[in-house]
Design a protein around this ligand. Structure first.
Ligand SMILES: NC(=O)C1=CN([C@@H]2O[C@H](COP(=O)(O)OP(=O)(O)OC[C@H]3O[C@@H](n4cnc5c(N)ncnc54)[C@H](OP(=O)(O)O)[C@@H]3O)[C@@H](O)[C@H]2O)C=CC1
Ligand SMILES: O=C(CO)COP(=O)(O)O
Length: 331
């Protein structure tokens, strides 16, 4: 198995950063973007001013507006946001031949179905060879060549290992795993908890409250993970604990910074109207709250974020409600 030609679907920050890293590592990369401005920017000026401003891209990286151009790729990275994955992967389906692995790089749960992205892709591209790439990684850091470590999950161990060995390089260290659900779930859930951590910061509630929130948020991730068949050690790893620490700990995160703005009294509409970038936790919160209710898993922080985002409660009331829950044994 050799993965020399890589197709990247999605011209946002993460798709562009991954495309840049793989190009610098000597792969032949073609990136599909929906917007012609992004395609033109990458091909003519070697930048993506819309989604990854301030970073010079390698001139060897080529972008296209035509998904069919990815037909000769040895592997495809799917980096469209979670809520758009179903549409994008249905369009991609005729282009993907049955041997070509599709690596899911988005982090979220679909609102209508409650499905993780890999589940959506296996429905829209039947028989697809699936993998998931997830872990702590801000696109701008990776695009600048800063060191990062991620997990690549695939049920087929030989394929997962080959992908990790060939897509990783000295800047991007890839560990492999066969726990696809666990790796995906960590990345999706941490976005919601990063909003909560941002709210705590925005309200100026202090580092102790922040630590409590992140730790109890992690307990929610482990609980839902267990119910959905994720391995506990996966939740402890890069794609779970690692990504929670990164995203909940830095305002560089879109989810964390959105939470901060909410904590400082801005409305959700006001925050969203100022950004072009996707804030996955906003959409995943509702899907996870529903999933947790169906499975009777206690996720009070996730529920609180969901209620704040829907305008059913205020930040102050949500915090008060969390603090007045009955005392219990730590789990
Ligand atoms: N940014 C980061 O640091 C990281 C992001 N991720 C994940 O990667 C995924 C993509 O995020 P990111 O690259 O940051 O996105 P950005 O916020 O940078 O860009 C938005 C993306 O959404 C796409 N888009 C918008 N509307 C539609 C639509 N209707 N149909 C299809 N695509 C649409 C845009 O595509 P187009 O250009 O074609 O318009 C663009 O690729 C998310 O799930 C995110 O959680 C994971 C790790 C790191
Ligand atoms: O997934 C990410 C880091 O691992 C990016 O997080 P944000 O989408 O919150 O910026």
């Amino acid at each position: 198995m050799t993965f020399d030609r890589i197709g990247v679907v999605g011209g946002g920050a993460w798709g562009t950063a991954l495309a840049q890293t793989l190009t610098l590592a000597g792969r032949d990369v073609i990136l599909w973007a929906r917007e012609s401005d992004v395609v033109e920017d990458i091909n003519a000026r070697h930048v993506n001013r819309t989604f990854l401003p301030g970073i010079d891209l390698d001139p060897r990286l080529k972008a296209t507006h035509d998904l069919a151009d990815l037909g000769t790729a040895d592997a495809i990275l799917l980096v469209a946001p979670a809520q758009h994955t179903r549409t994008v992967s249905a369009t991609l389906q005729p282009v993907v031949s049955k041997d070509v692995p599709v690596i899911v790089c988005a982090k979220g749960v679909e609102q209508g179905s409650g499905q993780l992205v890999a589940q959506i892709v296996s429905e829209t591209i039947p028989g697809v060879r699936l993998a998931v790439l997830s872990g702590p990684s801000f696109a701008a850091d990776v695009a600048r060549g800063f060191p990062a470590a991620l997990t690549l999950a695939c049920r087929n161990e030989a394929l997962g290992r080959a992908l990790a060995e060939q897509l990783g390089d000295r800047q991007l260290r890839l560990y492999w795993s066969d726990d696809v659900v666990g790796v995906e779930l960590g990345g999706a859930l941490k976005n919601v908890l990063a909003i909560a951590a941002g709210i705590v910061d925005g309200k100026g509630l202090g580092a102790s409250a922040h630590a409590a929130l992140v730790t109890r948020g992690f307990a929610e991730m482990r609980r839902l993970g267990k119910a959905l068949g994720a391995r506990p050690e996966t939740m402890m790893g890069l794609s779970g604990f690692g990504d929670l620490v990164l995203t909940a700990g830095s305002p560089q995160s879109r989810n964390m910074s959105l939470g901060r703005a909410l904590g400082q009294g801005e409305t959700l509409d006001a925050v969203l109207s100022k950004r072009v970038a996707v804030t996955e936790g906003v959409y995943t919160a509702a899907a996870v709250a529903r999933l947790a209710a169906e499975k009777r898993i206690e996720m009070p922080i996730t529920d609180a974020v969901h209620a704040i985002l829907e305008g059913r409660t205020s930040v102050d009331n949500a915090i008060a409600d969390l603090m007045k829950r009955p005392f219990k044994a730590e789990d």
